[in-house]
Design a protein around this ligand. Structure first.
Ligand code: CO
Ligand code: CO
Length: 300
């Protein structure tokens, strides 16, 4: 409990530790199947963020009694098919009644304790690499406000459904030690946790940070979810902007992500092999900054 890692880890022997995590949330999209798949990908992500392989899961669902059973089974099917893609067995679960739907998984995985990714594994000189673009929070908020373009929503949904499995394999095979996944606390919040845990400063090059198409437009329209303002209130004082950015562009860095990508610290001598393997695994990667001496976050 003393370090803010993505999942609980329990060492079994020299080579194996259990990784245990859970996550669930209210619908981020209207399509029941996609909601189930996104919730499952998101729940599995914390095991991947620690360099582990998930193998067993349980469903957790809270659903309104008025919900048609066809919708319920689509949510469960979306989760089950995503779990199967990950090689994970859903061995059961529990459902209760609630006015607002909630769905997610409890996930158990294995990790080799010597090859674990943790938030305290970033070292001065490491390059910072992100494995999914940002902007899912503003895009799904634009959906709730009925302002979203269908192709922008489809783009966000495809990214949110994407497992962080190949990103995790890439990190472990590359011998990395520092990593986490980007979820509700936004790039800034999760980066800050990493900076704190590792005793370093993370510096990001704004122009290199990838955003999905439409993110800037929805940000300009003010479609930020409440969590973005919470993140800014909580982490804002640790983030130093060394360049001119308008409010909307700044706020995008605090945009909460659902099933976001991994933020990885890559030692410079491992960078070339890392990019080579990323291409082989067809895993998108964006180099967006580096680790420096200091504390907090700098945006240049
Ligand atoms: Co996490
Ligand atoms: Co989590």
């Amino acid at each position: 409990m003393d370090s803010p890692d993505d999942a609980a880890v329990w060492r079994l022997d020299e080579e194996r530790a259990l990784v245990v995590t859970t996550d669930f949330f209210t619908p981020v999209v209207d399509d029941a199947y996609d909601y189930g798949a996104i919730a499952a990908a998101n729940s599995l992500s914390d095991v991947y963020a620690m360099g582990g392989q998930p193998f067993l899961a349980l469903n957790i669902a809270a659903l309104p009694p008025s919900l048609p059973s066809a919708v319920l089974s689509e949510i469960i099917r979306g989760g089950a098919e995503k779990a199967r893609e990950a090689g994970v067995v859903i061995a059961g679960g529990h459902t209760i009644q609630d006015q607002e739907p909630k769905f997610g998984l409890v996930v158990i995985g294995f990790v080799d304790p010597h090859k674990m990714l943790t938030k305290d594994g970033a070292r001065v000189g490491d390059r910072l690499v992100l494995t999914k673009p940002l902007g899912f929070g503003v895009t799904t908020t634009a959906l709730k406000r009925e302002q979203v373009a269908p192709e922008d929503l489809a783009d966000a949904v495809a990214w949110m459904k994407k497992l962080n499995r190949s990103a995790s394999v890439l990190a472990v095979e590359s011998g990395l030690q520092g990593g986490t996944d980007i979820t509700g606390y936004s790039l800034m919040g999760h980066a800050y946790e990493m900076a704190q845990a590792s005793g370093v400063r993370l510096r990001f090059n704004y122009e290199k940070v990838p955003f999905i198409k439409g993110a800037h437009r929805y940000a300009q329209a003010g479609a930020f979810p409440g969590g973005a303002w919470d993140n800014q209130a909580y982490y804002g004082s640790s983030v130093h902007f060394k360049m001119n950015l308008d409010e909307a562009d700044r706020m995008l860095l605090f945009d909460p992500q659902t099933s976001g990508g991994l933020l990885l610290a890559v030692p410079p001598e491992k960078l070339a092999a890392f990019f080579e393997l990323a291409e082989k695994l067809e895993q998108p990667v964006w180099e967006i900054g580096q680790v420096e001496v200091g504390a907090g976050i700098e945006i240049v």
